[in-house]
Design a protein. Structure first.
Length: 100
């Protein structure tokens, strides 16, 4: 009896349809990374330039990643990163904006 073989890889959550999505996964990971940098740098008002620019890049990356996403896992990771990027961007702008 033939059965499907499950491959437990950390990216298996993102590729829940069984196909590989390297571009979509890259956008989801980049959005999450940019969101984390933006929200962490938002804790310090002196890092408003870093938080603003990484937040803006995370918002743009997340918007495009959401547009091309293929699975629910990719959308979930992208939305979490997009929210973090937006919080970092807004707090960075509130502390001084995109320019030093």
């Amino acid at each position: 009896m033939a059965q499907a073989v499950r491959w437990n890889h950390p990216l298996s959550y993102l590729n829940s349809d069984g196909k590989r999505h390297p571009v979509e996964n890259s956008f989801a990971a980049a959005t999450m990374l940019l969101g984390l940098v933006a929200v962490i740098s938002a804790w310090w008002p002196g890092l408003h330039v870093l938080g603003s620019w990484t937040g803006l890049a995370g918002i743009l990356t997340g918007a495009w990643g959401q547009y091309i996403s293929a699975t629910t896992g990719e959308r979930f990771v992208t939305i979490i990163g997009l929210g973090a990027a937006a919080v970092g961007f807004y707090l960075g702008v509130a502390h001084g904006g995109l320019v030093p």
